[in-house]
Design a protein around this ligand. Structure first.
Ligand code: GDP
Length: 444
């Protein structure tokens, strides 16, 4: 996966901060110097690195950090926030035209992954939005591009308009659009030609197609593996065509990933999706905040939670999330959750999905022991409804009664209540989008 080296280097930088009660201006300069080197090595463009480092220094040298209870964590928060900004701030959704069809034009260099992305997007629109897309094969120069799109169309059961490779692409697009209107298609995806390098003839052709089709989206597809070149290519395409968004492909490869960090800042255009493999399902919506925490090695908690939720009972999950958000999560919910976690499979497997977690001492030994779950359930069953719903203070007398009623010791009951409170705090932190609680765990 991309960013591995960057993540490792950044984690090392933060490790040196661990436990520091005070962070001096010198410390900040030292850390930002190291972050700078790490970013340059990851192939992030120099102007972007400079801007990023400047923003971090300005904030990290200010009162925000010097007055923080845990300055190290505060610095990580700042880096996380600024990285999210560089990556675009919030999610940029795929635009939709008020009139049908919504026309989406893919552009990019040859081999970037345009045709593959057209297939992935068509599949997504069809499955998630119930759309009826039509794809137009207008890449008549790359050998086999038309055939490749037709094969994808067959696989997905989505029509592809083509006129072979002898026709002029502008005419193909004109005829394809006519067909889409006749059939009242709601989306049209145009796969245009690329070249090995940018040239005037290609840009001319793309401009003509743009004028004719008036697309709602012009999505530039770039290959993350091309590093610095990707950012340069993006800049030129944007100047020439005024693109509406960027797709970064091949983020699954062993790339340094810098392109993803440079492109938004250099073009000002949002990254909308990333390609993470050759299969048609290997497409991810781009969320700057999730990417940032992934790069910082804090794990992609939200994707993980989504994955977990897919296994959970939908209604139950919504109910739990609401309770967490309103801080109404109680003992009964805790037991319910233990049951769900248990049904997800071995905890070790889940922990592996959270990169930062593997660094936490003892995390590798975390196991959900069915006997332990049963013991905790017994304790909750021995509580009165008011106790379960946190309506009364769990006094020592009450704890003793719970211990006796559930066949546990007083100490075990105390331990359980402490654990419950800790999870509650951590969940509260996560629900508030506040990574601090999590980082506290990670930094020790
Ligand atoms: P085009 O010339 O821009 O249309 O490029 P293609 O769609 O033909 O893609 C070029 C190559 O990259 C093909 O072998 C694809 O399978 C591969 N490819 C495309 N997207 C991804 C991706 O996200 N990850 C990986 N690993 N390979 C990809």
């Amino acid at each position: 996966m991309a960013f591995e080296n960057l993540t490792e280097r950044l984690q090392n930088v933060f490790k040196n901060l661990r436990g520091k009660r005070k962070i001096t201006e010198n410390d900040v300069l030292e850390i930002t110097k190291e972050i700078r080197v790490a970013l340059l090595e990851a192939d992030v463009a120099l102007p972007v690195v400079k801007k990023f480092i400047k923003a971090i220094r300005e904030r990290a040298i200010g009162t925000e950090v010097s007055e923080a209870l845990n300055p190290a964590q505060q610095i990580i928060s700042i880096v996380n926030e600024e990285l999210t900004v560089i990556l675009g701030g919030g999610e940029a959704e795929l635009l939709k035209s008020p009139r049908i069809p919504t026309i989406i034009m893919m552009v990019g260099l040859q081999g970037a992954g345009k045709t593959t992305f057209a297939g992935k997007l068509a599949k997504k629109l069809k499955e998630e939005k119930n759309a009826r897309p039509l794809m137009i094969a207008a890449d008549v120069y790359r050998p086999a591009a038309v055939e490749q799109l037709k094969t994808l169309g067959e696989q997905l059961d989505i029509p592809v308009y083509d006129e072979g490779t002898a026709e002029n692409p502008v005419n193909i697009v004109r005829n394809g659009l006519e067909k889409a209107r006749e059939e009242r298609r709601d989306y049209v995806l145009i796969d245009t030609a690329g070249r090995l390098e940018i040239d005037d003839k290609l840009m001319d052709e793309l401009r003509q197609i743009k004028e004719l089709a008036e697309p709602t989206e012009i999505l530039l597809v770039v290959d993350a593996m091309t590093g610095q070149v990707a950012a340069q290519v993006a800049k030129t395409f944007d100047e020439q065509l005024d693109i509406t968004g960027v797709i970064i492909t091949k983020l699954d490869g062993d790339t340094r990933g810098g392109a993803a960090l440079s492109i938004r800042e250099i073009t000002g255009k949002p990254i909308k999706f990333t390609g993470t493999g050759e299969k048609l399902t290997d497409l991810e919506v781009f969320y700057p905040d999730r990417m940032s925490s992934r790069i910082l090695g804090m794990g992609d908690m939200l994707t993980l939670i989504e994955k977990a939720q897919a296994q959970f009972d939908e209604e139950q999950s919504v109910k739990l999330a609401e309770k967490m958000a309103e801080n109404r999560f109680d003992f009964s919910d805790f037991v319910e959750q233990l049951d769900q976690v248990q049904s997800m499979g071995p905890m070790e497997e889940i922990m592996k999905m959270i990169p930062g977690m593997s660094n936490v001492p003892g995390m590798d030994k975390v196991k959900v022991d069915p006997k332990d779950v049963a013991r905790k359930k017994a304790m909750v069953l021995s509580m009165t409804p008011a106790e379960r719903q946190l309506e009364v203070e769990l006094s020592p007398a009450r704890r003793r009664r719970i211990a006796a009623g559930s066949g546990n010791t007083f100490i075990e009951v105390n331990k359980f209540i402490k654990q419950f409170n800790q999870s509650k705090d951590m969940m509260q932190g996560m629900m508030n989008g506040d990574m601090n609680a999590m980082m506290q765990k990670m930094m020790g």
